[in-house]
Ligand binder design. Structure first.
Ligand code: PLP
Length: 387
């Protein structure tokens, strides 16, 4: 299926709604039945029925079909947030006594689940450096049921060799789950590389406008149906129709936005690499990135997020740099129209700051849809004010 077809036409049955170009927001909680037999059918197979919007909803259905097609998956489920999607997919694939192998430093709320919630139910997690396939081989135990991946990571962009991990996991009958948020399915297709379930936050690039949250799971119909019938309906965190509609709207412009951000990011990376106040720039598709070859082989693109290590002796200098930015906002998240920055030192106490620790001097920048020169000028004036 062509990308343009998926984003502009696929799954939209316009004859059902007056041939409107934009699909309706089916803002309803429930659906009416004319016969008891119809109602009985819906109860017996809610996955295939219009019964109640905690399960299926027509606006959400359009979004699901488009996102599944983008991932090259049989089906997908869309949640109220990426965190909900992570919680549900892991919960659905472990039982008491099971073991998970996860890449180290996964997304904050994935890590919270592994460290705090799952141990209460006798599920343990081993964190590994996922850059080496041997580390997966060594960490797998007889009770390992899930391998949890995030490639690239959204701070240091560490990658895993997805084909190699998928092959290893298949041989051991282990389910593989990836957080594909950095790339989106436009820039990386984990399912085609053999990964079982691809998760992404829709809050970032799919929404694209910093105005809604959402989370996506894509995989086989059997897996999605299993999750739908238990965890999806029980947790009750499916996306709401209006938010689904915003995400459909976001999809229309996704390739154009990623193209623009890709070009801008290249300029910002090159500028920062040559800046005297910058020690290192981390970006997966930069020639000097340690895993550049792997990134080139398994990703079709990269954009937006990059991390630079600023030359600074004190935490105050880094704070001043961030506070002197006039247009780049200091805020979490990414994928919207607006450029953003997060200093790593915002997550540590000032007394613990150690300039010898490169991580403490990391700044994560998201390049948005502004003019590249506008972003670069803002960075430069903040650098100039550094004393
Ligand atoms: C934001 C994010 C998530 C969680 O998504 P929400 O929609 O905020 O819940 C998961 N993984 C990564 C890498 C993210 O950046």
């Amino acid at each position: 299926m062509d990308l343009s077809y998926i984003l502009n036409e696929f799954a939209e049955e316009r004859e059902n709604y007056f041939n409107a170009v934009s699909p309706p927001i089916m803002q309803t909680s429930n659906f009416v039945f004319n016969t008891v037999a119809d109602m009985r059918n819906a109860f017996s197979d809610e996955y295939a029925a219009w019964l109640y919007s905690r399960g299926n909803n027509p606006t959400v259905d359009i979004l699901r079909k488009k996102l599944a097609a983008l991932d090259g998956a049989e089906d997908c489920l869309v949640f109220n947030s990426g965190a909900a999607a992570i919680f549900v997919v892991v919960l659905a694939n472990v039982k008491a006594g099971d073991h998970i192998v996860s890449v180290d430093k996964p997304y904050t709320w994935a890590q919270k689940m592994f460290d705090v919630i799952l141990p209460k139910f006798g599920v343990t997690t081993t964190y590994i450096d996922g850059r080496k396939i041997e580390n997966f081989e060594r960490a797998i135990l007889p009770n390992t049921t899930v391998i949890y991946l995030e490639s690239p990571n959204s701070w240091d962009y560490a990658l895993q060799d997805l084909k190699a991990v998928a092959e290893l996991a298949k041989a051991e009958h282990i389910t593989t789950i990836i957080d594909n948020s950095y790339c989106t399915p436009l820039y990386q297709k984990p399912i085609e590389m053999g990964i079982d379930i691809s998760m992404q936050t829709a809050t970032k690039y799919i929404s694209g406008h910093s105005d809604t949250l959402g989370g996506v799971l894509s995989g086989s119909k059997a897996m999605m149906e299993k999750i739908f019938n238990s965890e999806y309906l029980t947790v009750g965190s499916g996306i709401q129709p209006f938010n689904a509609w915003l995400l459909i709207r976001g999809l229309r412009t996704l390739p154009a936005r990623l193209d623009r951000i890709t070009a801008t990011t290249r300029k910002v990376v090159d500028h920062l690499k040559n800046h005297p106040r910058v020690e290192t720039v981390l970006f997966p598709l930069d020639e000097h990135f340690p895993q550049y070859e792997l990134a080139k082989a398994q990703m079709q693109g990269a954009c937006g997020l990059l991390t630079f290590i600023i030359k600074a002796e004190t935490i105050t200098q880094i704070e001043q740099f961030c506070e002197n930015l006039q247009h780049i906002f200091m805020a979490v998240s990414w994928g919207g129209h607006e450029s953003l920055i997060i200093p790593k030192c915002s997550a540590i106490q000032p007394a613990d700051f150690n300039p010898a620790n490169k991580e403490h001097r990391m700044l994560r920048l998201y390049a948005g849809l502004e003019d590249p020169e506008y972003i670069i000028k803002d960075l430069d004036q903040a650098f100039e004010k550094l004393v």
